[in-house]
Ligand binder design. Structure first.
Ligand SMILES: Nc1nc2c(c(=O)[nH]1)N[C@H]1C(S)=C(S)[C@@H](COP(=O)(O)OP(=O)(O)OC[C@H]3O[C@@H](n4cnc5c(=O)[nH]c(N)nc54)[C@H](O)[C@@H]3O)O[C@H]1N2
Ligand SMILES: Nc1nc2c(c(=O)[nH]1)N[C@H]1C(S)=C(S)[C@@H](COP(=O)(O)OP(=O)(O)OC[C@H]3O[C@@H](n4cnc5c(=O)[nH]c(N)nc54)[C@H](O)[C@@H]3O)O[C@H]1N2
Ligand SMILES: [Mo]
Length: 786
């Protein structure tokens, strides 16, 4: 909050004149001057009006990051969406970047489209501790990521698991914090090759017969066709442990013993940081193959039976889930029934004026740079309502709409978080972008590319209401990461610093100038008044009063009675009963047999060879119905860029939120290392790779490939597999400096180096963990390679 980088006053780029020369080519270069709120709001409101008059609908695009400070009123899916819908805007559509392989892959085998293809984790904390004998952590480091928005309750639960004698295995190119903390066996793996390992384990189960034959026979389809591929009857290559060793670097003997251990003991599979979703392995070119493989492994071992499920004890704790309080994805005050889960509950309980964005044009977030520079872009939908929703291609511009001429950027994270973000510099300077406004808290990253900057305050400087870790919608009941449900009144702690304002107030001020202020605030509701309306719409009044809640500041929902706990995920399926788990939205039409009767796949069973992919494999051969191991990256010989760059989520900061801006987090050496008075982003190399390059801990290095150069401080560590360079994604600082070899970034935005393309022609997923780089010593004094 007190960072020196706080934006305290509205700013205008010095050589930007809305009535004269705009100088878009100088964005990121020319610097800023302070202006009054009146002037700033006049310019922004004037540009909104001008865009609509001069170009028609679609000329204004709004861009936001995937997460904001907590608070159901000020969240981007709440106040920002309400604002956007009232002015009309081209959506910059995110893709399911956290879920990539699950969404584009795993979902086809078993449904769960509303959860974007991830398992639903209910009841798994107790089931795991009661029954499991082994937990396999696969691309899963909950001690770093705490699931998502969670805390450290999971840590305590994992210590219980250790005390109970549950064995641990870790499959990751890095000896993760979780592996260091829990111990067990580490299988260092070459990034992007995980599906080869998974298929080889299934090979061992097939030839030894150590899988749940009854389950496979009665609850699944396509197994024979899958087996023919795995055993090599189809293509002549049996997918043996030796076959995978050449790909993964994991010794065949280790694969055999893991296959045996897994089949002989009740095993929980912790796939990704949530245990039941995410994982850096799902954000590679082969990410869909990996997520597909792991759900098939679970189906072979009797998914849903006691002790056999997905999870890492991070999520799925017993809670009273019948108590209603909305998660952020329920849209808060947006009134948007199309792009949030508001219609599910929130809107019916808290009637408010609905808002609709009449502009039907959208741009895929990953293609924003191309859309601006080239004037067109294509993408595939994010649609949770069916498995097939994702096959719908859309393009920009949509017939009858204007090209984008104004960007309303909300937050400033893109250079650090968008794969292939090197493309954004040209886009931001493009002459077709006549106006860029950025509503941000800190002067960092792409805030530096705006024409007008509107200073927003932090969550500590405004009123809000929310429940800890309750996301809702696509990640319904994520609060079960915690031991208790905690709803908080987020009282304003101090007045906004400088002239900064809450997002809600900024939107209201702009809309008041345009004549829609009353519609936005519903006749003058303050943020506190909205908090009270939300309070009254939930189950809180059954357990406390508004006055007591305001006084106390939080409410802990009492634990559930024993017969009120949700059952274990997939137990119903394993036992052949109708589905008995909470659904965010009922989708009866997605079931072939009957609602909740079997899975929402075409056959109603778990499909080893998905019928949904069979229907499109002709169009996109990289997504075959039979989950073949196809790894284009590993077949290209990486002569110039021999290291694989893995960009994991940062341990100490939540994406860009606590990085840079003189935060105490940036003082942690593991996060940023000080060299010559500057705190550099950290890149971790194995001793072997450091030695061959003459590098020692604390040396500055240039990490580069054909896209860009980023200067980092190197850490030499036996925790990293040789051949892999590992650094955090989500650097908040873009700091381009002119050197003898051109512009290089010393802020640490490793996403300047990652590929901006998609997983395959119809799978619009990001693949930052398929990235090749070289590293060399850097001499900061010379501004060139040492
Ligand atoms: N290489 C690589 N790249 C990745 C990933 C990876 O694994 N590797 N992971 C991907 C994933 S899963 C994700 S979710 C994305 C995350 O990528 P982003 O969503 O882009 O990252 P955040 O830092 O969460 O962005 C939020 C922005 O909003 C601002 N902000 C926060 N609160 C407020 C507020 O109240 N008001 C305003 N006005 N602004 C606010 C923050 O300062 C920040 O600029 O990164 C993706 N990128
Ligand atoms: N502290 C903190 N917590 C967070 C976040 C944060 O930014 N900071 N972000 C939140 C968000 S939005 C999300 S989506 C989740 C993300 O949670 P995850 O997706 O689980 O996190 P990652 O760090 O991308 O990946 C986890 C592990 O995968 C490994 N890995 C990378 N590539 C491969 C591969 O090809 N094969 C294998 N086997 N392993 C690989 C990495 O080394 C890392 O240890 O975390 C959430 N929690
Ligand atoms: Mo994410």
């Amino acid at each position: 909050m007190y960072s020196e980088k706080r934006l305290l006053y509205p700013m205008k780029r010095v050589d930007f004149d809305p009535n004269g020369e705009r100088n878009p080519q100088n964005r990121g270069i020319s610097g800023y001057e302070r202006i009054s709120w009146d002037k700033a709001l006049d310019i922004v409101a004037g540009e909104i009006r001008r865009m609509k008059k001069d170009y028609g609908p679609g000329a204004i695009a709004m861009v936001t990051g995937a997460h904001h400070q907590w608070g159901n009123i000020n969240y981007y899916l709440s106040a920002m969406l309400r604002f956007g819908n009232l002015i009309g805007f081209t959506r910059v559509e995110p893709s399911p970047i956290s879920w990539e392989g699950w969404y584009w892959g795993a979902m086809h085998h078993y449904g769960n489209s509303l959860r974007l293809g991830t398992p639903s984790f209910y009841g798994t904390t107790e089931d795991c501790l009661q029954h499991a004998e082994v937990i396999v952590f696969w691309s899963s480091d909950p001690e770093s990521t705490s699931g998502v928005y969670g805390g450290f309750e999971g840590t305590e639960r994992r210590l219980w698991a250790k005390r109970l004698g549950i064995e641990f295995v870790h499959i990751d190119p890095y000896l993760t914090h979780s592996a260091q903390f829990l111990g067990g066996k580490w299988l260092p793996i070459k990034p992007g090759t995980d599906s080869a390992l998974a298929i080889a384990i299934m090979h061992e189960w097939m030839i030894s017969g150590s899988y749940d034959k009854e389950y496979v026979a009665s609850k699944t389809t396509g197994f024979d066709e899958w087996r023919a591929y795995v055993l090599g009857e189809e293509d002549g290559t049996p997918k043996t442990p030796e076959w995978q060793e050449a790909e993964t670097g994991v010794p065949a003997k280790d694969v055999r013993s893991l296959a045996q251990l897994w089949a002989s003991k009740k095993t929980y599979l912790a796939a990704g940081g949530l245990g039941a979703g995410f994982g850096g392995a799902c954000r590679t070119e082969t990410g869909a193959q990996w997520a597909r493989s792991v759900v098939m492994m679970m189906a072979m071992q009797g998914w849903g039976k006691p002790g056999i499920n997905f999870g890492n004890l991070q999520i799925g704790a017993p809670q009273d889930l019948n108590f209603y309080f909305p998660g952020y994805a329920e849209g808060g005050i947006s009134g948007d029934l199309n792009n949030t889960a508001s219609a599910a509950n929130n809107y019916c309980r808290m009637p408010h004026i609905i808002t609709i964005n009449p502009v039907k044009q959208s741009v895929p977030r990953q293609r924003l740079a191309e859309a601006i520079v080239e004037g067109h872009a294509e993408g595939y939908a994010w649609d949770g309502f069916s498995i097939e929703g994702q096959f719908a291609e859309y393009s920009y511009p949509r017939p009858g709409y204007s090209r984008i001429h104004m960007l309303y950027r909300y937050g400033s994270s893109s250079f650090g978080t968008t794969p292939g973000s090197n493309r954004l510099v040209e886009a931001y300077r493009h002459s077709s972008l006549e106006f860029i406004v950025n509503q941000s808290i800190w002067m960092e990253n792409e805030a530096q590319f705006a024409d007008i900057i509107l200073p927003a305050c932090t969550a500590l400087e405004r009123d809000d209401i929310s429940e800890w870790a309750n996301c809702g919608g696509y990640i319904q009941h994520a609060q079960s990461q915690l031991n208790h449900r905690v709803v908080t009144m987020q009282h304003k702690c101090i007045e906004p610093l400088g002239e900064s304002k809450s997002d809600y107030q900024i939107f209201l001020d702009i809309l008041t100038r345009l004549g829609y202020g009353g519609m936005f605030s519903e006749g003058g509701c303050s943020e506190l008044a909205w908090c009270e309306r939300m309070f009254n719409s939930t189950d809180l009044p059954k357990q406390t009063t508004w006055k007591k809640f305001l006084q106390k500041g939080y409410h802990v929902v009492p634990p559930p009675k024993d017969d009120d706990k949700p059952p274990v995920d997939m137990r119903w399926f394993a036992e052949g009963r109708p589905k008995d788990l909470p659904e965010p939205n009922p989708l009866p039409a997605t079931y072939s047999i009957g609602f909740g009767d079997g899975l929402p796949t075409q056959s109603g069973k778990f499909e080893f060879v998905p019928s949904s992919l069979r229907r499109i494999e002709q169009i996109d051969p990289a997504r075959p119905a039979v989950n073949r191991y196809i790894n284009r990256a590993s077949t290209v010989k990486q002569t110039f860029f021999p290291l694989q760059l893995v960009t994991n989520h940062p341990v100490y900061s939540f994406h860009t939120h606590a990085d840079g801006k003189n935060s105490h987090i940036s003082m942690i050496d593991e996060h940023r290392m000080e060299v010559g008075g500057y705190r550099y982003w950290v890149l971790r190399l194995s001793s072997r790779d450091a030695e061959t390059r003459g590098l020692q801990r604390g040396n500055l290095v240039r990490v580069y490939n054909s896209q860009a150069s980023v200067i980092c401080a190197v850490d030499v560590s036996q925790l990293v597999k040789a051949g892999v360079a590992r650094g955090n994604e989500s650097c908040a600082e873009l700091d381009m400096i002119e050197t003898s070899i051109g512009l290089v970034d010393r802020g640490g935005c490793l996403n300047l180096l990652t590929p901006g393309g998609k997983m395959s022609s119809t799978a619009d997923g990001i693949m930052p963990n398929t990235c090749w780089v070289e590293v060399e010593k850097w001499d900061s004094k010379l501004g060139k390679a040492a």
